[in-house]
Design a protein around this ligand. Structure first.
Ligand SMILES: Nc1ncnc2c1ncn2[C@@H]1O[C@H](COP(=O)(O)OP(=O)(O)OP(=O)(O)O)[C@@H](O)[C@H]1O
Ligand SMILES: [Mg+2]
Ligand SMILES: [Zn+2]
Length: 510
């Protein structure tokens, strides 16, 4: 007997429909799983066998072949357990399918027949929405809230294999998940405020520009100047996420299996601060079972790499491609996974191992040590930092100052207004932020007058800039103009953008 069921394979952040075919024939007892299944997926055989026995069914002592089709996509994960188990029970005629219509199912089994939470349910429901047919989805109970984010699809949660079987035979009614109540969420957090930072007006300004257009920043300066303190205050000046951004980001966390079962929404902009010793797989993505890394988890928010030169060379070099393309592609022998990675990188560093090179305090490092340290940040990586900002030591007079600096509320208001300008500009286009502009959009939206053109030409030649730096300067200048509600990029906007590209001369001597 042959039984065929529908499930999915997760590729990147997409759920691709897969057929689970189970064939049972007489012959020597065997249980084979074919169709480019990974090791973890192949382990389904042991879980399914135990779960069937422990759910008071019989595991057929015959020749069982399970085929996951199409065979050219690598199958990862344990969520094929449920369709495989049901397929075996159907093909061995221990179970009758009395369900009408089309359905998909996914779930990982524990040995006692319970169904465990799985990654990737949101991509699954989003895939089914695309089809106009009447389709049902059967999922683990612990994924109910996540499935309920998409109301157009009827999702039925099951706790155990037994329960799924009874549902199939029409012996029990299952209740479809209730639509998620988006109004029911309060995402208010108490965040640190920029008012705590004394002085450092240039850095605060640069971080405000970065927040407005989602540009990358490199903060460089001696120890204790407040680089970490400044970066940690950026979340407080990021505007609320749109519904589309929430779904886009939540989808990545779903695939990474990082959603909270009760509140399965990423509705606060991500601020990811991985440790400098974190592996390349955890930061960039990948691993044995491919998963999105920190750069993807930072989607629509901030990736903060504190003490940038201390990260491994692998990580620093691997960052280059996603910083340019805003997606990351992880290539494997049998599969390629693409994850979104559209974030602003905020990074900080000292200019030398002792930290004081270029400051008033004497630096104890040799020129070779300094060169080696700075050399960890390669030219192409430095080129992708839109705003280079020096964070000097704060003066005693400034620290003593009673009056508080500009607070996050005022800064956030400006960021919001600049984002409104961008939203209007890119209406009916796929992008919504200046940093996302492609060359054609840069040409259209970053026109310069003759005087500004002259300034840029001069700087380009004097600083021996790359074409990449040229584009990035124009994007930053566009954001600076937006912060001033100016439709045109004026000379002062461009001049400010250029100012943030000069640090490499001071430290790197490029
Ligand atoms: N501009 C500032 N205004 C007020 N307090 C500050 C300022 N700069 C530093 N501090 C104080 O000093 C502490 C250390 O600052 P922070 O850790 O941000 O420095 P850093 O530049 O990251 O140093 P390092 O290079 O050693 O990492 C802060 O927690 C804060 O208490
Ligand atoms: Mg620090
Ligand atoms: Zn030094």
């Amino acid at each position: 007997m042959l039984a065929t069921l529908n499930s999915f394979v997760i590729s990147g952040i997409e759920a691709v429909p897969v057929k689970v075919e189970v064939d049972i024939q007489n012959g020597l007892p065997a249980f084979d799983l074919v169709g480019l299944a990974s090791q973890a997926t192949r382990e389904a055989r042991e879980r399914v066998r135990a779960a069937i026995k422990n759910s008071a069914y019989e595991f057929p002592n015959r020749r069982i072949i399970v085929n996951l089709a199409p065979a050219d996509i690598k199958k990862e994960g344990g969520h094929f357990d449920l369709p495989i188990a049901l397929g075996i029970l159907l093909a061995s005629e221990q179970l009758e399918n009395n369900l009408s219509g089309e359905y998909f199912l996914s779930g990982e089994l524990s040995l006692n027949g319970e169904i465990r939470k799985i990654p990737g349910v949101l991509p699954m429901v989003l895939e089914l929405v695309k089809s106009s047919k009447d389709i049902r989805l059967i999922i683990p109970k612990d994924n109910s809230e996540e499935a309920s984010l998409v109301t157009e699809i009827l999702s039925f949660p099951v706790r155990t294999l037994q329960e799924a079987c009874e549902y199939f035979e029409n012996k029990t009614e299952l209740k479809a998940v209730n639509p998620f109540n988006f109004n029911d969420v309060s995402n208010k957090q108490i965040l640190p405020d920029f008012a705590d930072v004394k002085g450092q007006d240039v850095a605060k300004r640069a971080l405000q520009i970065a927040a407005a257009g989602l540009h990358n920043v490199l903060l460089i300066g001696p120890p204790g100047g407040g680089k970490t303190m400044l970066a940690r205050r950026v979340p407080g000046i990021l505007p609320e996420m749109s519904r589309q951004e929430i779904l886009e980001t939540t989808r990545i966390y779903s695939v990474a299996n990082l959603l909270n079962p009760i509140h399965p929404l990423i509705d606060v902009r991500p601020f990811r601060a991985p440790h400098k010793n974190a592996s390349s797989a955890s930061i960039i993505g990948g691993g044995k079972i491919p998963r999105p890394g920190e750069i993807s988890l930072a989607q629509n928010g901030i990736l903060f790499l504190d003490e940038l030169p201390e990260f491994s060379r692998d990580v620093l070099e691997a960052l280059r491609q996603p910083l340019e393309d805003k997606v990351v592609t992880i290539a494997r022998a049998q599969a390629t996974h693409t994850y979104p990675a559209d974030f602003a990188l905020i990074s900080s560093m000292n200019p030398c191992p002792c930290g004081f090179f270029g400051s008033e305090v004497e630096c104890k490092c040799t020129p070779l040590q300094i060169q080696k340290y700075l050399g960890r940040i390669s030219g192409p990586l430095l080129d992708r930092m839109d705003l280079h900002v020096e964070v000097p030591r704060v003066e005693y007079e400034q620290l003593k100052e009673r009056s508080i600096g500009e607070n996050s509320e005022i800064m956030l208001q400006r960021v919001k207004e600049a984002r409104e300008m961008q939203k209007k500009r890119f209406k009916r286009q796929k992008i919504s932020l200046n940093s996302q502009m492609r060359p054609s959009e840069i040409r259209k939206h970053c026109m310069l007058d003759d005087e500004s053109e002259g300034l840029l030409k001069n700087a380009f030649e004097r600083l021996k800039m790359s074409a990449r730096a040229y584009d990035r300067i124009l994007k930053v200048a566009r954001t600076i103009a937006d912060l001033e509600h100016s439709d045109k990029i004026k000379l002062q906007h461009l001049a400010e953008a250029l100012q943030y590209r000069s640090l490499d001369r001071k430290y790197w001597h490029l």
